[in-house]
Design a protein. Structure first.
Length: 558
């Protein structure tokens, strides 16, 4: 049998550990999909549309480390680019693969279907460069191995998405076989001089501090530095706080854990801890308008160390040439013990009192019951909206995971992303919290959970509108058409699936529905939780006010 470009790509994807890839068919990628199907180490998983396909791959990368999505030219790829932008913002190595025009049509002057109707077919590559760390167009078999390897290696190294387009007549063309995968996975050798200097500068900051605090940020996971972060916390012994997007990245039962730092909406005591500390070690943070609560909570200055995935800034100097993992490991060998900030404080998880079982369901009662379901095997996917704040106030058992998309913030992300996440970690339990407004963007991907029998439990919060937007800036555009969300399951089952849909209006009904959901092992469950529109977290209201006033700053006139 001829060894082909498509087989090479499949082998490389399987070699980096992918057991699945996500796809939507189209005539520019059909031959490529056939080639990928020949690889029996990987299963092809189908999505309803390319936006969802991109987000499914994004979710798979969260669970599994990397992912691939295969789409058709332009009509498919341009839809997928939004999700790929999300993967870029969230530091996830997703390989977007697009079928593309026949190599003979490039430069021929031919007008092709699914294109802009011009005769230059380079535009998709140009567009995708902005949302990927490497992008290649393959129009001949001889250069395919080098281009495929470059794209995959760069994505894995930079933890960012990358792009390949393969001319539809080249995916079945003959090609060389790949060598060992180690060439794709090799890490760069660290610059020892720079690393030692960074560690010395960090030690100097800690030596002169009495109340050091650690602040863990979201990129600690994509930098593969979670256990190193914990080891450093053990060594220094100081209080450890987390940023919102890093919820779940530091164990909440750790003796030094002191909760969420999010400016005015921090856990009790956490704001004071960070803002009064004489040394703040920020581990892989993302400081944006949301995470700084409208630029009001941004640790800066002489006593702040920022350890980014590939760079450390401390004491007015910046160091690079090593990874975050290498820095944390080296620092944990030399850092002094500074336990004061942990010794003098404690962490008390938020406790929500149970509501009367027959009282109208509230946001608090819903959150309390969902929190009660979490185990070390749970992955909780919290959509943009009040679901963020509900996730933030939950107490997590060790190894429970929380997924949010706080940098990109595309509503509707959670449904396809949880589908991909569940596909990539079938040994875990997946719970989604999603608002009605968000759900309406990507609802059809629940049908794929039915198709692949994934027991994802979806808490659909029906508060009749875009409540987070109402908190930030109200207007008629924040009110949406109501749907029969639970009823959708009949549509998706179509007489052959095991999806379950229920609507609840009281705490007792919710408790009953959760029991049924947990017994439904062969498909997803939607529990539509009907709550009042005005019933949202106080955190959302406070945070919303701050972000709104940052957005409303007048243009600067010089
Ligand atoms: C918008 C947002 O119902 O949740 O808890 O009621 O807010 P809450 P819902 O899902 O509403 C979400 C809504 C409209 N954001 O409040 S956060 C603007 C927006 C976005 N992404 C995309 N379009 C618009 N974030 C793709």
């Amino acid at each position: 049998m001829t060894y082909t470009v498509g087989m090479y790509l499949a082998d490389r994807l399987a070699q980096i550990g992918l057991k699945h890839h996500f796809a939507v068919a189209g005539d520019y990628n059909l031959v490529l999909l056939d080639q990928l199907l020949l690889n029996k180490d990987m299963q092809q998983i189908y999505c309803c549309n390319e936006l969802n396909c991109g987000f499914s791959a994004e979710g798979y990368a969260r669970a599994h480390g990397a992912a691939a999505a295969v789409v058709t030219f332009s009509v498919g790829a341009i839809s997928a680019m939004n999700a790929i932008g999300g993967a870029y913002a969230e530091n996830l190595p997703v390989i977007l693969i697009s079928g593309s025009p026949n190599s003979n049509d490039y430069g021929s002057g031919h007008v092709l279907h699914h294109t802009l109707g011009n005769t230059d077919y380079g535009y998709q590559l140009e567009m995708v460069r902005h949302v990927t760390c490497a992008a290649e167009s393959i129009t001949d078999a001889a250069s395919a191995p080098a281009k495929i390897d470059h794209v995959i290696r760069t994505a894995l190294r930079e933890r960012k998405p990358a792009y390949l387009e393969i001319a539809c007549n080249v995916s079945s063309a003959e090609c060389a076989r790949p060598g060992p995968v180690t060439s794709l996975l090799a890490e760069l050798t660290p610059d020892a001089t720079s690393l030692n200097a960074a560690v010395d500068a960090a030690v100097a900051l800690l030596e002169k501090s009495e109340r050091a605090v650690m602040l863990v940020g979201t990129k600690a996971r994509s930098a593969h530095a979670l256990s190193e972060t914990e080891a450093l916390a053990d060594r220094i012994g100081c209080a450890v706080t987390i940023m919102a997007a890093a919820k779940g990245l530091f164990p909440e039962d750790h003796a030094s854990f002191r909760g969420l730092y999010w400016g005015e909406v921090s856990a009790p005591g956490a704001q004071e801890l960070v803002e009064k500390a004489d040394a703040v070690l920020c581990i892989a943070p993302v400081f944006n308008d949301y995470s700084t609560v409208g630029w009001t909570a941004w640790p800066k200055g002489e006593n702040v160390l920022v350890a980014d995935p590939n760079r450390v800034t401390v004491g007015g100097q910046t160091f690079e040439g090593f990874t975050l993992r290498e820095f944390l490991t080296a620092l944990a060998k030399k850092a002094p013990h500074r336990p004061a900030s942990a010794r003098d404080t404690q962490y008390t998880p938020t406790k929500i009192a149970p509501a009367a079982p027959d009282a109208r369901l509230t946001n608090d009662e819903m959150t309390r019951q969902i929190n009660g379901m979490l185990t070390s095997k749970t992955t909780l996917v919290a959509e943009t909206g009040d679901s963020w704040f509900n996730a933030m106030r939950m107490h997590l058992p060790r190894h429970a995971r929380v997924e949010t998309e706080m940098q990109w913030g595309h509503i509707g992300w959670s449904v396809p992303s949880s589908f991909g996440n569940a596909m990539g970690s079938q040994e875990r339990e997946h719970i989604v919290m999603v608002g009605d407004g968000s759900f309406q963007l990507t609802a059809q991907e629940v049908a794929q959970m039915v198709r692949y029998e994934l027991p994802v439990i979806i808490f659909l919060v029906n508060n009749r509108g875009y409540v987070i937007e109402i908190a930030i800036h109200d207007g008629p555009y924040n009110y949406i058409k109501n749907w029969d969300y639970a009823g959708l399951m009949n549509v998706f089952n179509a007489g052959e699936g095991h999806g379950l849909g229920m609507t609840v209006t009281t705490g007792a009904e919710l408790a009953e529905a959760i029991k049924k959901a947990q017994a439904n092992h062969r498909g997803p469950t939607i529990i539509e939780c009907q709550i009042e529109r005005t019933d949202c977290t106080d955190m959302l209201v406070q945070w919303g006010k701050r972000v709104a006033s940052a957005n409303a700053r007048k243009p600067h006139v010089s």
